[in-house]
Design a protein around this ligand. Structure first.
Ligand SMILES: CC(C)(COP(=O)(O)OP(=O)(O)OC[C@H]1O[C@@H](n2cnc3c(N)ncnc32)[C@H](O)[C@@H]1OP(=O)(O)O)[C@@H](O)C(=O)NCCC(=O)NCCS
Length: 186
């Protein structure tokens, strides 16, 4: 692991650890998929991630990863451009952000914000005007960063969804959420 103790101040007076300068935000490659499982903690999403990667090849999604050079992937955010549910993503104006996370030991150093800024800037270039997401009601820390990034609550969402895990078993998720929206290109 890269030495995390060398730090310097940023322009706002916050402390930026030196390793943060070695983080590159880029689209995921096939070879990254295993690393997104975090030594097994997120192995249950193996099929989900493979599907998102397949959708990226077709131009329907983008998987952004934060790559700490000479260490590996420390964060991610995925963007759905097209969805069966147009209220999430309609392929032209509105895109949906999901699967947003940074490894705990690398949080609070601006990596999460950089991931979101990169995703939003890319959407702006593509002509999108709105980004939406769901945040669990029991996740105030994530809600705070979304507030900070300029997202506003527009509705409630049941947060009920399902997926097939790595054993091809159906898993149900029940996570009452807020639907948040940010206007870009304004
Ligand atoms: C949400 C998440 C991705 C944010 O990642 P992160 O890398 O910690 O994000 P940042 O460092 O950009 O910002 C986090 C906070 O640190 C602050 N921060 C940013 N740079 C900083 C620095 N150099 N020094 C100290 N604090 C800093 C930010 O201001 C922000 O605080 P705020 O919310 O009060 O404004 C991360 O907390 C996470 O993975 N959480 C678990 C998964 C999750 O809940 N995902 C969201 C699902 S909806």
């Amino acid at each position: 692991m890269i030495e995390k103790n060398n730090e310097k101040n940023n322009s706002k007076g916050g402390v930026i650890p030196e390793w943060a300068e070695k983080v590159v935000i880029r689209p995921a490659a096939n070879i990254d998929l295993k690393e997104l499982e975090w030594e097994g903690e997120f192995a249950n999403f193996r099929k989900v991630y493979a599907e998102v990667f397949d959708r990226m090849q077709k131009g329907f999604s983008i998987m952004w990863v934060a790559d700490l050079l000479s260490w590996g992937i420390i964060g991610q955010v995925f963007v759905q451009l097209v969805s069966k549910s147009a209220e999430l993503a309609d392929g032209h104006h509105r895109a949906y952000v999901h699967s947003y996370r940074v490894r705990p030991e690398y949080r609070h150093a601006g990596v999460g914000s950089r991931l979101m800024h990169t995703a939003e800037a890319d959407l702006q270039k593509r002509g999108y005007s709105e980004v939406c997401l769901n945040v669990a009601k029991n996740n105030p820390l994530a809600r705070r960063i979304y507030d900070h990034l300029g997202y506003q609550v527009i509705s409630k969402n049941s947060g009920k969804w399902w997926y097939y895990d790595q054993y091809n078993e159906l898993q149900y998720v029940n996570e009452p959420s807020w639907r948040m929206l940010k206007k870009i290109n304004t």
